[in-house]
Design a protein around this ligand. Structure first.
Ligand SMILES: NC(=O)c1ccc[n+]([C@@H]2O[C@H](COP(=O)([O-])OP(=O)(O)OC[C@H]3O[C@@H](n4cnc5c(N)ncnc54)[C@H](OP(=O)(O)O)[C@@H]3O)[C@@H](O)[C@H]2O)c1
Length: 271
């Protein structure tokens, strides 16, 4: 996919989608800067990438710790001399309980990671890309950003906000030759979805998801929702009246998720 010798920055690279993208881009000859909190996982991944012939630098950092995070972004920029591709991928579902004592804490953590850290990543590198008139910015949002998903108020809201931000950012940087892609995955088998207790229609393996995401990026797609069955379903759901949406949500997440009673679906982490 023409990625050899490209410099790529990925957040949330220690597991799941971010890890698979890093591995696949590394194998294709890219030089990678990978950020996450888990030192062991990132070190193992960097070794695996190096064995496969790629190059990887790791940045151990909590993206919600703003001073540490901005400093890590600065280090990556300085070491790389500028990126060809930046992927703001780190995200977390959060788990709200009703009634619950920790909802404000969870709310802040999810907003900080899914929206603040993601947009800070893109804004930070956009500045350098605009000056260099070269680069591609990618955000990983979710199908959960299309409508308010049951049991996922803050997750859904942060992904909807990220979708809107990415669309708007595209207009700001396009005149400078910078591309923006919004990746909107359906259900992908990762540690995030391993915790799910509800049915996950069209669940995709992470290697297949990585292939589809990399192809969409190579094609410089503005947005990419996958799998296609979910994309079709979601466009219908977006236009559906509330009574129909409530009925579909009830089928998927259980009646308790839409009736206001607590139950099994409260422990779900959405796509
Ligand atoms: N899997 C799906 O079905 C699905 C569907 C739609 C959208 N998505 C989105 O895809 C992205 C990747 O999800 P995934 O399924 O691959 O999840 P995952 O396996 O849980 O990976 C999340 C990544 O984010 C990192 N991370 C979490 N908190 C962090 C923090 N405070 N600071 C820095 N890094 C942090 C994790 O590493 P550490 O724990 O080591 O920090 C990990 O590398 C997310 O934005 C998610 O919302 C996933």
């Amino acid at each position: 996919m023409g990625i050899k010798n490209n410099k790529i920055f990925i957040t949330g690279a220690s597991t799941g989608i971010g890890r698979q993208l890093a591995l696949d881009y590394g194998k294709a000859g890219a030089e990678l800067w990978l950020l996450a909190r888990s030192e062991t996982k990132l070190t193992d991944l960097a070794r695996e990438i190096q064995k496969a012939g790629g190059q990887a630098h790791i940045l151990i950092c909590d993206a919600t710790d703003e001073p540490a995070f901005l400093s890590a972004l600065g280090i990556a920029q300085e070491e790389s001399g500028g990126f060809d591709l930046v992927i703001a991928n780190a995200g977390w579902g959060g788990k709200m309980q009703y009634p619950g004592d920790k909802n404000i804490e969870v709310l802040n953590q999810v907003i900080d990671l899914n929206f603040r850290a993601a947009t800070q990543t893109l804004e930070y590198f956009a500045k350098f890309m605009v000056i260099a008139r070269h680069g591609h910015l990618v955000g990983v949002s979710s199908i959960a950003g299309f409508r308010g998903a049951p049991s996922a108020a803050v997750y859904s809201a942060t992904k909807a906000a990220l979708i809107t931000y990415l669309e708007s950012l595209r207009f700001s940087v396009r005149p400078f030759g910078i591309f923006v892609t919004d990746i909107r995955p359906g259900f992908v088998r990762t540690p995030m979805t391993d915790r799910n207790v509800v049915p996950m229609p069209f669940l995709m393996e992470v290697d297949k998801a990585s292939h589809k995401i990399r192809r969409a990026i190579a094609r410089k797609r503005k947005r990419f929702t996958f799998p296609w069955q979910m994309a079709v379903l979601l466009h219908l759901i977006k236009a559906a009246p509330d009574f129909l949406y409530d009925w579909i949500a009830g089928l998927t997440f259980g009646k308790q998720a839409v009736s206001g009673r607590t139950g099994k679906a409260e422990s779900n982490t959405p796509a």
